[in-house]
Design a binder for this molecule. Sequence first.
Ligand code: GLY
Length: 367
Amino acid sequence: VNKEKAFMVNLLPYPVFIGNDGWDKIRRLIIPYLRDERVFLLDDQNTEKNCLPILFHFIPELYDCEIYTLADGEQSKEIRTLGEVWKWLITHGARQGSLLINLGGGVISDIGGFAAATAKRGMHYVNIPTTLIGQADAAIGGKTGINLEGAKNQAGVFYNPEAVFIIPEFLLTLPERHFKSGFAEIIKSAALSGHHSWKLLKDTADYSVEHMIPLIYEAVRYKCLVVKKDPYDRASRRALNFGHTAGHALESLFNRQQMPGMLHGEAVAAGMAIELFLSGMVAGLEAIERDDIISVIRKHFHLPFVDDKYHEMLLNLMNLDKKNDSDRINFTLLEAIGKPVINCRVNSRDIRSSLMEYNRMTGHDQD
Ligand code: GLY
C-alpha cells in the first residue's frame, strides 16, 4: 500500500476512499448536491474547531451549507439530540434527495446516519470519520443508532451511506489519548483478519499517522469483507464484537464507579485481554498466540487492574449485553489468529477464571 495515494475499497454497495488526497473525490460527490439540492453538515464541538476548517480549506464550496454542532461525546447519542437533528434538517428544507455530511467519530456517524435514515423517510448521507475508531470501524457498515438510558445502541437501523471518505490527516487533530484508544480496533481487526494483517501490524515501525495508512487500509478491507458477507449482523459479522462483551462491561463499570473514566478503545483493549484468556480456556486458542496478542495490546495500553470485588458486577453488566441469552453469556472468541468463533456461550465460572487470570497479569504491573 502506497502511503501517498488514495485507495478505494469497492466491496460494498458504496465506495470507501482512503488517503490524504481524497478531497477531490469528496468534492466530486458533493458538487451536484450543492448545485441541485441541499447539503447539511453535522459535526461536534471538537470537529467544528479542528476538522471543519480543514474541510473548508479543501472544499470552500461547502462554506454555505447548513451546519449543526453537537456537544462532544457519547452523551450526544441520545433521543433528545436526535430530535434536535431532525428538527434542524426539516426546518431547513431537507428532502429525500438532500445530503447530510457526518464529520466526526462514531457518535456523529451513528446519530447522523440514523437521522438521515429517518428524516423524510430517508435522505442521502456520507461519512467523513475523523477518529481512528471511526476510520477503522464505525463509519463503515451502515450501522446507525442511539443509546437509551445508558445502554448502548438500543434503537437504530442499518442504512448505507453514499460513500465513506477516510482522510488520515484528520487523525492529527486528535488528542494523543484518543488516537491511541482507537488503536484497539486496529489490533482487534488484525487479530481477527489473519496472519498477513497481524504481521503487518507487528512489523509497523512506529505508529505515526503516516504509518497508520496501511493498517487502516487492512482494517477497512477486512471490515468491508465481513459486512459484505453479513450486512445485517445475523451471524458472521458478530466476529467484530471480539473484545466488546467484556469491554462494554468494563466501560460501564469504570464510568459508574467513579473510577477514572475509560475511553471506548481502552475498554476494548482490556476486554480483548480478558476474552483472550477466555479463548484459551474454551475456544482452543494456543498460549503462544494468546500471549503474542496480549503482548501487543500491552505495548500500547496500560491495562487496569480490576479489583475482585467488582467481578460480580462485571458479570451482571455482561449479562445486559444485547448479544446474550439467559444463563450463559455469549462471546465472540478467537480459536486462532484469523479464526474468530461467534456465539460462544460461556458459563460464569469460566468468565470468573479469565478475570482472575487477567488480574494476575495486571496485578504484577501494579507492584
Ligand atoms: N462495529 C461493529 C460492527 O459494525 O458490526
